[in-house]
Design a protein around this ligand. Structure first.
Ligand code: ADP
Ligand code: MG
Length: 699
């Protein structure tokens, strides 16, 4: 950048407040602060949101048909031709040498952006229409002030501007920083590595992202900066994991054929290949004194509980205690019940602790836990309460950890860093497994136990409703049962949702007059709810019309049909969860998604098509993440990771994989990053993560 001729200001440093840059004073520094820019380093990472590569503007009178050119002029008039197909937005733009017609197809959105009297620059291919010069769908920029501006004004980065600080001003302010870029930005990697990875130098990347000569250079700059950002994130995760592995404080569990045989005897079935594989991974972890830190993923019904119970019994066989934590009392209770089922007649001591447990009972139990008289304690976050002390906690099993958040995970750690197994039924897309859960080891159960019937899913338009009903009638006659689910419009079950389900129930009672059809929703008394569920379980009720209250915990193999009304109103994850209620027996099941196929809602359409196409929870979760964008699920801050400013974990997945591999490799070589070539990486990491990685105190 030196050749650009600005005076070198050698005293600029990355840590210097932007306030001391030329053109910034206290007032502008305040505006910058609102944009998250405090230091020169922050400013370098305040990337343009767009880039413009326009040719030098020409006078309208000199335009030639067929060339690509830019013009600058005043908007004389505008017109939106809505009757035209496609609709056209037209602007007449003039300079002192002529007038040019500009049209944008489907340009209705421009009505708010372009008005007569404004100065604009537009560039694209010059054409002709009815003997008049015309630009069709050109790129354009409204100019901040009407004037002739230097060419630089029209090309390069466009910064997200903010109250009182224009993109152009930011451009001017950053210029001297860019002129000194070589001295400011240190390289992370050796030339050889850069070559192998096809990455440009870090200083060039910063220079070019702000001031690219052409699109090719811009692309290279983006790639390098994305890589670095992902690399630093992965390095943070790798270091976190490495530090965790230095706690050699967990009990190294012993396993043997005898123990394995005794545990397996508890299960009335052979374990699946996936269960065996995950158990092997878990046992290998637990045999080490390094605390296990493993995430176990698998769809509902894939057999996670059995795997977790294996780990639990291994810990108990090693004379240690196990805490099993679920996010809600209902789920804790379900775990307890299923554990009871497997451990009938066993002398393993187990209790459940809930928030409701008080007084003498509670004291008795706590005493027993402290004395080591209890082997397995099941509960909710109530297990974290300070007065609960274990004699020797060997393993913590956490169900659905992402509903707890890292904070609580850390709190459990304080209980002596036992082995930790986290279970989740919500498939975590591979991108998130590598990022927000990236410091955990991951085991996946892909295939559910055998003997499950296939689930066929169909999106049904209102026109075909009657046909679907006839199909369902056949099945009900054959002794099968059906769910009819109505959407929850708002987060909580509302009056309107109940009304929709109630109306639906009346209607369906007529349609299926020959069968018993019942209604279930959250406002029924708990006796009534229990009664309805019991009758449905016994097969007396053939069709159950419900709000989404049935989402969790219902397991009725004979119910092989599900109709989801207003399916376009559900999220993808929820549709998949709901569908998980069928396909639990050996028979083929059918899921009908009722929604208008003529919908304009592309996202809803994409969701329903995905449901028809796939039964794979991971694939669905991945797709969901794409539709929603990473922002919604991927709150980096919440997970103690720095914000991503340029990379996107979905679009840049390949770079993410590369960066992860490099980062984890580096930590095996130089975990403290004290090597002379790692100095710059270390400094950048400290800037991003603060001292949370324990790096700052190493000289
Ligand atoms: P998850 O916890 O993943 O939802 P569970 O461990 O509760 O799954 O298992 C779901 C159902 O499948 C349970 O009824 C369980 O008894 C049964 N099951 C688990 N593993 C097997 C297996 N290997 N073979 C047959 N049935 C199994
Ligand atoms: Mg389960």
């Amino acid at each position: 950048m030196g050749e650009l001729g600005a005076k070198p200001s050698g005293d600029i440093k990355l840590s210097m407040p932007v306030q001391f840059l030329k053109g910034v004073g206290p007032a502008r520094a305040e505006i910058f602060a609102k944009l998250g820019v405090v230091t020169v380093g922050d400013l370098l990472e305040y990337f343009p949101r767009d880039w413009v590569f326009a040719p030098e503007p020409k006078k309208i009178g000199q335009l030639e048909i067929g060339e690509t050119a830019a013009i600058v002029g005043l908007v004389e008039s505008t017109d939106f031709k809505n009757y035209h197909r496609p609709a056209i937005f037209e602007a007449m733009v003039s300079d002192e040498t002529g007038i040019c017609r500009i049209i944008w197809f489907n340009g209705g959105y421009l009505r708010d952006q372009l008005r007569p009297g404004q100065a604009v620059m537009a560039w694209g291919k010059v054409g002709e229409y009815k003997h008049q010069l015309q630009l069709t769908n050109p790129k354009f920029r409204v100019m901040e002030k009407e004037a002739s501006k230097p060419a630089e004004y029209f090309s390069g980065g466009v910064y997200p501007a903010s109250g009182g600080l224009s993109s152009m001003q930011i451009k001017k302010i950053i210029r001297p920083v860019l002129d000194n870029i070589g001295g400011l930005v240190g390289e992370f990697y050796e030339d050889e590595f850069l070559k192998k990875m096809e990455l440009i130098k870090r200083k060039d990347a910063f220079g070019w992202i702000h001031l690219p000569a052409d699109e090719g250079k811009l692309g290279k700059a983006k790639r390098r900066l994305k890589f670095d950002e992902l690399f630093l994130m992965q390095l943070g995760l790798a270091l976190r994991r490495h530090r965790h592995s230095e706690f050699a404080s967990a009990v190294a569990m012993k396993s043997s054929e005898e123990i394995d045989r005794r545990i397996r005897k508890r299960f009335p079935f052979l374990l699946t290949e996936d269960q065996d594989k995950t158990i092997a991974e878990i046992v290998a972890d637990m045999q080490r004194a390094i605390p296990m830190n493993r995430l176990l993923q698998g769809d509902v019904g894939s057999g996670k509980t059995v795997v977790a119970l294996y780990a639990t019994l291994l810990a108990v066989a090693n004379k240690t205690q196990v805490a099993i934590m679920a996010p809600t009392e209902i789920l804790a209770n379900q775990h307890f019940i299923s554990i009871e089922r497997y451990l009938r007649n066993s002398d393993v001591k187990r209790v459940m602790i809930t928030g409701g447990l008080t007084g003498k009972d509670r004291n008795e139990i706590l005493k027993d836990i402290k004395a080591g008289g209890i082997d397995i304690v099941v509960g909710t976050v109530a297990l974290l309460e300070k007065d609960i002390e274990f004699k020797k906690l060997g393993l913590v099993v956490i169900d659905e950890q992402h509903k707890f958040g890292v904070h609580q995970r850390a709190e459990l750690r304080k209980a002596g860093t036992p082995h930790c197994l986290v279970m989740t039924a919500t498939p975590i897309p591979r991108t998130l497994a590598m990022t927000v859960f990236g410091d955990l080891d991951v085991s996946i159960i892909k295939h559910s136990p055998p003997g499950r019937g296939a689930v066929v899913t169909r999106w049904v338009s209102p026109d075909d409703r009657a046909k679907a009903y006839e199909f369902i009638r056949e099945r009900l006659r054959a002794g099968k049962q059906a769910y009819f689910v109505y959407p929850r419009i708002t987060g909580i079950e509302e009056e309107g949702d109940i009304k929709a389900a109630t109306d639906g129930w009346r209607e369906l009672s007529k349609v299926f007059g020959e069968f018993k059809v019942e209604l279930l929703h959250g406002r029924l008394s708990s006796e009534k709810k229990k009664e309805v569920m019991a009758e449905f379980r016994r097969g007396k009720i053939k069709a159950l019309v419900a709000t989404v209250v049935i989402e969790v915990g219902v397991d009725i193999p004979n119910a092989t049909i599900m109709v989801i009304e207003g399916a376009d109103r559900f999220g993808l994850a929820q549709l998949h969860q709901l569908r998980g209620r069928i396909g639990r027996g050996t028979d083929k099941s059918f899921c009908f998604l009722f929604a208008d196929k003529e919908t304009e809602n592309e996202v809803a359409k994409s969701r329903l098509e995905m449901m028809e196409r796939s039964n794979d929870g991971f694939e669905i979760a991945e797709h969901d993440l794409k539709l929603r964008g990473p922002g919604e699920l991927f709150s980096t801050r919440q997970h103690g990771l720095p914000d991503l400013k340029i990379a996107n974990i979905i679009d840049d997945y390949d770079l993410l994989v590369m960066a992860r591999r490099c980062a984890f490799e580096l930590v095996t070589q130089d975990a403290l990053l004290t090597g002379p070539t790692h100095k710059n990486i270390r400094q950048a990491l400290i800037t991003k993560f603060g001292d949370s990685l324990g790096l700052a105190d190493v000289a």
